[in-house]
Structure formats: structure tokens, C-alpha cells
Design a protein around this ligand. Sequence first.
Ligand code: MLT
Length: 326
Amino acid sequence: MDKVLIAPAPLAGIDAGFVHVLRDAGFELVYPNRGGQLSEDELLTFLGGVKAAVAGSEPYTAKVLEAHPQLRVVARAGVGYDAVDVDAATRLGMAVTIAPGTNEGSVAEHTFCLMLALAKRLVPQHLGVKAGGWPRGANLPLRGRTLGIAGLGRIGKAVAIRGHAFGMKLLAYDPVPDAAFAASHHVTLVPFERLAAESDYLTLHLPATKDSRHLIDRRTLSLMKPTAYLINTARGAVIHEPDLLDALRNKRIAGAGLDVFEEEPPGKHPLFELDNVVLTPHAAGVDVQSRDDMALSAAQAIVSLSRGEWPAEKVVNPEVRADFRW
Ligand code: MLT
């Protein structure tokens, strides 16, 4: 019986569609015997004898993939694939798949969770009331303010739709913009510099690529309003963290809501000492609905590939198709 590793901790112990799809197709499901994100060493161990992995954010490095030539598919339960060395997978004839269309609603909701927490000073007010205080004061509105969306893909679009419902003015930057969506959804497309300069809330929805790496750095932070907030539910690599830290310490911008970090988990981080941040543990993409939808999509990709079918909309390295074997 072929084995599938179910690597993401949020999938442990749940009875959802992905379990049935894989079992009905004759697979044995293998779960890591620990919670949390697997390290490279742990992944090296847990991939032993496994034909496919339902993958979280653990590192599928060249070293890991080369050590497991029996592995045929890395199926991300998510849409970002920066934790997978796709070149190495391609060289080794392994398919890498993603789960498009499964988590944009969850990420968009979380983006507003962070934005609202900052605007409404949720954490200091909560802590203040619990401590016996009554820290009233004028909070900030979203309505009428400018929401800048960097990356107008599926997630950026889901954010735009919600931003419009909040009565926000919408600006967006995308290297390859969907002009038709923008025109029909009240979004003005602008160059990144203008986005940074005019946004009251600047939210990042770009994948981690060499082009987006450290897009937010000293220079781009210096373009932002001192009253602006930065939200990152995309990838830590899009921000140069030391520059952001500096900008937050010096009140160069008003604050930041961060779900992702350059290193995850971030360990003891100087950001933790600041009051003008709200931090969450790379949780934006995973609510109970998107968790099940992402895992089901990954499971279906694995089953399709095992049957010689080709889920083209999910495979990110189509070069392996000609020689792909199970
Ligand atoms: C994604 O890549 O889709 C998200 O970051 C979800 C995740 O990996 O948890």
C-alpha cells in the first residue's frame, strides 16, 4: 500500500474529506508523531518510504528531496510553494502541486482581523480592561481610508471586495494586473511607489519570489505615511525585517500586523518588544473551512497523479509531465 505523509500539524487527528479521498484510493496515511512544523531533519525521517506528501510550510529542500527519490508528489495544502525547492523536484521528476482557490477567503478575513486590531487598538484595550483599567480613546476608522493592496491575485481580490464593503478607497499594485477586475471592483491600479505613499493601510499579497524579496525595505518604508499601517499575510521574505523594526521603533510608520516572518517560528524576536505590532503565527490561510478545502485539493491532486491524470491547474512544474511516472 503506497504511503502519503500528512505533514501539516493542523491536519492531525481530523476526519475530513482528504482522509477519505486518499483511503478510498488505497493509500495509507502517515502522520508525524509530533505537533508543530517539521524541521528539515524531521522531514528527512518522516518521508521514509512515502510516495507523496500533503505538505505544509516545512522545508522540502534539495537535500530532503534527493534523499527520497521514491517521492513522486509534493502536494502543498496551500498556494505558496517557496518552501519547496521546485528546481530540485523537477530535476528528480517529482510533481509539485498547490491548492488554488481554497484559502483566499481565510487570508482576506485574517487581513481584516489584523487591520481592525490595529485600527481599534484591540490588544492594548483588551489588556487594559482585563487589568482593571478603562483605556478609552478615539480609535481609527477603516471607512474613507485608503487600502493599498500589493498583489492583486486571488487573495488580493478577496481583500479588495471586503475593503469595498468597509467603505475604503482601493488602490492596488500588481506586476501583471487584472485590469478587468480592477475596473469592475472600484480598484485603481498604481505603481508600487504610489501605493506605498498613499495607503493608510498597506497590505501585502505577493508570493515570495526573487522580485518581491525585501520589497518593503528602508526605501519603500520611507515613502509611507507616518500614520500608515503595514499588514503582511503573504510571506516574511517580502519584508526586510531589520528595516521594518527600525521604522516601527522610530514611528516612521504607525504600526504593523504580521502573520509571517523571515524565519518561522521566529524564536525570540525584537519585534516582540514593540507595542505598535499585532502578531499571529502564520495562521491567515488556515481556518477550519480552508484547512479542509486545501487538504482535499492536495489529496485529489495526489490521487489524480497516481492514476496517470494531470491536474494542470495545480502543477507548478509542468516540465516533469513528459517523463512523470508514479
Ligand atoms: C499558503 O501558502 O497558501 C498559506 O501560507 C497557507 C499555509 O501554508 O498555511
